[in-house]
Write a new protein. Structure first.
Length: 508
């Protein structure tokens, strides 16, 4: 592929990159190269939703990023994998489909980011989706991303009990958290069709595999953006130890994800002057905002033993359950294998005094010592168990992602600074109190044998805070390393153009 020329070069075949490659190459006017460091999405475990548990710790399909030790979480590093395959993290995630809080988008627009208000974005959400469960004119019905409502297709007793208990705790149901009321409890919508994952690659790339004008290059690890003066003109990438280049006539778009897009900018000479000088990287544009200001959702949780044997614990530890659930999936595409671990959530207020929803609470049909991505069965409890956990929707703590070497194959330093701001710890404590309140309602009391974590002996706010610091985990929602904002404050403008150079955008 050396010296091949395309109109557009896109780095990263994840959620943004796949969609962008499809759109830009759609009418035949433009040629597009899509570079992906991982391989093709041929593993059956990508397409069977629960197979995510086999992939998140597999370095063939996941970048094994790990945070720096967290000073406010007992010094522990946090495992933070990202997808390394066609489809990116959409091939490995929990498939929950949420448009987001309209008020947040409107706040972006009010702060000068024209076109990012919810009313302006809604047509694109609708264009993207095919809401298989809904005939509502507020939902899209012709888009490539298939959407399933788990309450319609695959309800279950534990999720029903959670939703009912939320109602008993004063959290009302919402008919549609994407178009009606963001706040409320209901079954999740997920990016799936007939019990199979609908990743960005399935939605956008598979149908156009033979399209002229689109070239998808796998195992192509981008190492830097090339410049002619201040104009981005090409991308250097490595495959099997050999260096290659590809040229862009019009633009280059970095869609390498929240961790690797800022890494590529810094490797290419866009970042803080002193940081790059210390690493011997020639400066293209001085912008210390690159990699700064990240935030992530820190998930906290309570785990419970249940007498209802339909959990992932049962699937993983009981041979007869494996046979039963495998047969259920093969014959009806339902059951534990047809989803990930979570099937219902509540977007609500951590305390009654909150002016608006500030937390998300979910039930997960699994319980164990750690997030299930880190082990097969070693961390899973030996009994039927589930988790109720959640996170603060808009954390205050901010961190950074920066390169520590000019070596493009060295992982950057991921510093989310979880719980650095005391307000985030306060919300986490309130959230666990809310989880316990929900679990204490009649509908959930009927299915719970006992709370196992943190356990009935943990009662004071100080004890809950210690438990949170020791057990909190990422929800894998890191954002903000290439933030939109005015020149001098952000990395890209409201049209995603990188400040200080020409012909380069970031779309993550």
């Amino acid at each position: 592929m050396d010296d091949a020329i395309f109109d557009y070069v896109i780095v990263g075949a994840g959620s943004a990159g796949c969609a962008l490659a499809s759109r830009l190459s759609g009418d035949g006017r433009y040629s597009v190269a899509l570079l992906e460091a991982g391989g093709r999405d041929r593993s059956i475990w990508i397409h069977i939703p629960l197979g995510v548990g086999k992939l998140l710790g597999n370095e063939t399909y996941a970048w094994p990023f790990q945070s720096e030790p967290q000073a406010h979480m007992a010094g522990q590093p946090i495992y933070s994998p990202r997808g390394k395959v066609l489809g990116g993290s959409s091939a490995l995630n929990g498939m929950a489909y949420v448009w987001g809080d309209p008020a947040i988008y409107d706040a972006w627009a009010a702060n000068g980011l024209a076109g990012w208000d919810f009313a302006s974005l809604k047509p694109y959400f609708m264009r993207m989706e095919n809401a298989l469960h809904s005939a509502s004119p507020e939902r899209g019905h012709a888009g490539p991303v298939k959407i399933t409502d788990l309450g319609v297709r695959d309800p279950d007793p534990l999720s029903d009990a959670f939703i009912a208990a939320c109602g008993e705790a004063g959290i009302g149901e919402t008919a549609d958290y994407n178009t009606r009321s963001y706040e409320g409890v209901r079954y999740l919508e997920q990016t799936a069709e007939n019990g199979r994952r609908c990743s960005a690659a399935v939605a956008y790339l598979h149908p156009i595999a033979s399209r002229r004008g689109l070239r998808v290059e796998t195992h192509a690890h981008a190492t830097r953006v090339l410049f002619d003066g201040d104009r981005a003109c090409g991308v250097e990438f490595s495959r099997d130890g050999e260096r290659h280049t590809v040229t862009a006539r019009r633009e280059i778009v970095l869609a390498a994800g929240t961790i690797q897009s800022p890494q590529l900018l810094e490797l290419s000479g866009i970042g803080g002057r002193q940081r790059l000088a210390d690493l011997g990287i020639p400066l293209v544009h001085d912008n210390p905002a690159v990699g700064e200001g990240i935030s992530d959702h820190l998930q906290v949780r309570c785990t419970y033993e249940t007498h209802i044997p339909i959990t992932i614990n049962d699937l993983m530890r009981k041979p007869l359950s494996k046979i039963r659930f495998a047969w259920q999936y093969l014959t009806s595409r339902t059951g534990p294998l047809a989803g990930t671990s979570s099937k219902a959530h509540a977007i609500t207020r951590s305390t009654p005094v909150q002016p608006r929803a500030d937390v998300m609470v979910r039930i997960y049909h699994i319980s164990g010592q750690d997030r299930y991505s880190r082990s097969a069965t070693g961390g899973i409890d030996p009994y039927s168990g589930f988790t109720i956990g959640g996170f603060k929707l808009s954390p205050v703590s901010r961190g950074s992602i920066h390169i520590v070497s000019a070596d493009p194959f060295a992982a950057p330093a991921l510093q989310p600074n979880y719980l650095k701001d005391e307000a985030d710890l306060r919300t986490a404590v309130d959230l666990l109190a809310l989880v316990r309140h929900i679990a204490d309602q009649p509908s959930l009391r009927e299915v719970i044998v006992a709370e196992r974590r943190p356990g009935s002996e943990v009662t004071t706010e100080a004890e809950l805070a210690d438990y949170i610091r020791a057990s909190g985990q990422t929800a894998w929602h890191t954002v903000g390393a290439c933030a939109m904002g005015a020149a001098g404050k952000g990395v890209v403008d409201e049209r995603l153009r990188v400040h200080g150079v020409r012909g380069l955008r970031v779309a993550d």
